[in-house]
Design a protein around this ligand. Structure first.
Ligand SMILES: CC(C)(COP(=O)(O)OP(=O)(O)OC[C@H]1O[C@@H](n2cnc3c(N)ncnc32)[C@H](O)[C@@H]1OP(=O)(O)O)[C@@H](O)C(=O)NCCC(=O)NCCS
Length: 176
């Protein structure tokens, strides 16, 4: 069963296992850009930093940082008796800057390499859409690179309708 969990240090071990699975691949939707442009060393301190950053970005009681928007960061988990972190989803609540409006979109995600092609991304995106409905959005923008067939199919599986290209990005809207 695919679920979305809020980042927590309680999940440090499965989180670190997940990060190691990505190896040198950039991890979309994980929030790691804030501490590294490249490979993340999955230390407890790095995990604690990301947990706190996620808590702050999701905090609706205070305005987002300059140039940023409120964001829900989720760890995609699976519980088969043992909880595993199998990927990441970021849900940005609004498109209040040029980058998000054109290329970034509302939602970014990735699934760890050893768990791909099992339907996790489609189910996780479906769960993120429930959260978007909950905060009152009536549609979301999701983008992917034109050669990312897996991501395009994931978006289409959840009702994505292609609108336009922006450079190499395919832009899709999903009505909620
Ligand atoms: C793209 C990605 C999220 C897909 O995750 P996943 O869990 O394997 O996707 P799913 O199993 O839910 O598959 C969804 C659909 O995509 C298809 N698909 C998945 N990977 C594919 C691939 N590499 N090539 C072709 N089709 C693919 C599946 O067959 C399925 O299609 P269907 O609905 O027609 O059956 C995953 O490959 C990934 O994390 N990639 C790196 C990060 C990334 O590209 N993130 C998106 C940034 S926009």
């Amino acid at each position: 069963m695919t679920a979305l969990s809020r980042p927590s240090l309680d999940l440090y071990d499965p989180w670190a296992d997940c990060i190691r699975d990505f190896g040198e691949e950039y991890i979309h939707g994980s929030g790691i850009w804030n501490i590294t442009d490249g490979v993340l060393d999955p230390t407890r301190d790095a995990c604690a930093f990301l947990v706190e950053k996620a808590r702050q970005e999701a905090d609706l009681s205070r305005p987002p940082a300059e140039g940023r928007v409120h964001c829900d960061q989720f760890w995609i988990t699976q519980d088969d008796g043992v909880i595993e972190v199998i990927g990441f989803v970021s849900f940005r609540h609004s498109l209040d800057n040029e980058f998000l409006r054109t290329e970034g979109g509302h939602i970014g995600y990735s699934i760890r390499p050893s768990y791909r092609r099992q339907g996790h991304a489609s189910r996780a995106l479906g769960l993120a859409l429930e959260r978007a409905r909950e905060i009152g959005l009536d549609r979301v923008l999701i983008t992917c690179d034109e050669d990312n067939l897996g991501s395009a199919r994931t978006i289409e599986s959840q009702g994505g309708v292609f609108e336009s290209m922006c450079g190499i990005k395919r832009r899709y809207w999903i009505s909620l």
